[in-house]
Design a protein around this ligand. Structure first.
Ligand SMILES: [Zn+2]
Length: 390
């Protein structure tokens, strides 16, 4: 079978499974689960694989809701990634109900179409993208150690080949003061809430002075227990982001200094913890070009990055640091709809979203076929990746 025929077969394979994929995507949408708790989704996704006699390994990297399955033998190894966690209060406002399902559609269709070809295809079920960096655990567990190309897509409001996904780090801030009766003996207390607010305001003032491509944002998670007690504890959770690793390091220092200063001013004790480090997504140009050609054949013209466009951050960035990879966006809306909004949650269960999920599964599988069929593509992807290494 030639490559064109194999690609047609991939399309037929996804179409044949469309009803099952749609059902599962809508079920996961109706049953949103937070990072590391995606038991319903992981169960549904792995069951669908098992129903087609795929041997699934669960609990990979010490994560209960992670899974990996493989087909084929030898090199190259193409990984297709899926996510399935949701957001607190908003449900599937990032459309991850369409990600694990697309990966499964791609994997199953590819397994049939690539029968007899050299190389392996690996589906990687990735928990905890919204918080916790699930892929970082999987990288550590060696899931990507032998991978030639790591492919995924993400639902969006524009067909964008090379989105700017920022480097990010989370910061937990905790100020400890001393409780006292707020009316009787306030002078006996040390006000942790005032300490936190002072630091918060310093951080807010600083935001006017930082690069416009970088972000600092957060929430206050503890502001005291009762209005008649001087708060002895106050806490906040912040995120710091930038497309520039060196600038991010500088921002980290400046944000922390706001709270070090406010702790000193108010006599509080500061505790802090950095976590959830996401790296910038490095789109692999040869793989992205192959994906764009396949998407075009399916009727989608991928657009380049627009300078003013910003997105969030993703642990796929960490994967693209380790191996060649892509993270294009495919539109599930008719016009601009912000991610992490109720409107996007609604869009993530629309007919257009499901149709895009089928297209994504096909385009991912066709791109995987390109890597399996053309050693030159794998070589160019590797060269481009090594060229990106700092
Ligand atoms: Zn997302």
């Amino acid at each position: 079978m030639d490559l064109a025929a194999q690609k047609r077969r991939v399309g037929e394979g996804v179409d044949a499974r469309a009803a099952a994929l749609d059902r599962l995507a809508l079920e996961i949408h109706g049953h949103p689960e937070l990072a590391f708790e995606e038991r319903f989704a992981a169960e549904g996704l792995t069951k669908l694989l098992a129903s087609e006699k795929v041997d699934v390994r669960r609990g990979v990297g010490g994560l209960e809701t992670a899974f990996v399955a493989e087909a084929g033998a030898g090199e190259p190894v193409v990984a297709i990634l899926g996510e399935y966690d949701a957001l607190p209060g908003l449900g599937h406002a990032c459309g991850h109900n369409l990600l694990g399902t697309a990966a499964i559609g791609a994997f199953l269709a590819l397994r049939d179409a690539a029968d007899g070809m050299r190389g392996r295809i690996r589906i990687v079920g990735c928990p905890a993208e919204e918080r916790g960096g699930g892929k970082v655990f999987l990288i550590r567990a060696g899931v990507f150690a032998d991978v030639t190309a790591a492919l995924m897509y993400h639902p969006g409001d524009r067909d964008e080949l090379d989105p700017l996904m920022l480097a990010m780090v989370s910061l937990e801030i905790e100020l400890a003061g001393k409780a006292a009766h707020a009316a009787a003996e306030p002078y006996e207390g040390v006000n942790a809430l005032d300490g936190l607010l002072l630091g918060w305001n310093a951080m807010s003032a600083m935001r006017l002075l930082i690069r416009s491509d970088s972000r600092v944002h957060g929430i206050i998670t503890d502001g005291g227990k009762a209005p008649n007690i001087i708060p002895d504890r106050a806490a906040a959770r912040l995120m710091v982001r930038s497309p520039d690793n060196a600038y991010l390091a500088d921002l980290r220092r400046r944000v922390l200094a706001c709270f070090e200063g406010s702790a000193l001013a108010t006599g509080c004790t500061l505790k802090h913890e950095w976590s959830d480090v996401c790296e910038v997504v490095t789109t692999n140009r040869p793989l992205a070009e192959a994906f764009a050609a396949n998407a075009k054949a399916l009727g989608r013209a991928m657009q380049p990055r627009r300078p003013a466009d910003t997105h969030g951050s993703t642990d796929m960035g960490n994967v693209t640091t380790v191996v060649p990879g892509i993270h294009p966006f495919l539109s599930i809306t008719d016009g601009p709809v912000p991610g992490h909004s109720i409107a996007f949650t609604e869009a993530a269960r629309s007919p257009r979203a499901l149709e895009t999920m089928h297209l994504a599964a096909k385009a991912l599988a066709m791109t995987a076929l390109d890597v399996l069929a053309d050693p030159g593509l794998a070589k160019r992807a590797k060269e481009a990746h090594n060229g990106h290494k700092i």
